[in-house]
Design a protein around this ligand. Structure first.
Ligand SMILES: [Zn+2]
Ligand SMILES: [Zn+2]
Length: 113
């Protein structure tokens, strides 16, 4: 059975900031779009503020290291060839390019060391 356009499939919840929102698709191809393939499997929903069917919002995705579900907010994750949650980025910071290290240094640490 077709799940239908814009049908809510569940609720996405970020495991770090607890942001939650219903999502209407999970995967690399948002429905009602042609030729759009996302760089990662992610949770998304049709943009409720846009009349265009092809507009969609990416809510979040899974960290490729720890599999935590995280939102795309810059406080929670970053995308560098794959999705990483910030705690994992900090743990493996030396493996990321200098630009990302500098970006992260500007942010407040999420935990005391
Ligand atoms: Zn979050
Ligand atoms: Zn992680």
């Amino acid at each position: 059975m077709d799940s239908g356009e814009g049908a809510v499939r569940g609720v996405f919840t970020c495991e770090l900031c607890e942001l939650s929102s219903p999502y209407t698709f999970y995967g690399q191809k948002p429905p009602n779009t042609r030729g759009i393939v996302l760089l990662e499997e992610c949770y998304g929903m049709r943009d409720p503020f846009s009349p265009e069917k092809e507009k969609f919002l990416v809510l979040g995705s899974k960290c490729c290291l720890c599999n935590k579900i995280v939102c795309v907010g810059t406080e929670c994750s970053l995308f560098y060839t794959k999705r990483f949650c910030l705690p994992c980025v900090r743990e493996h910071l030396h493996q990321f390019p200098e630009q990302i290290q500098t970006e992260l240094a500007k942010k407040k640490p999420t935990q005391k060391s």
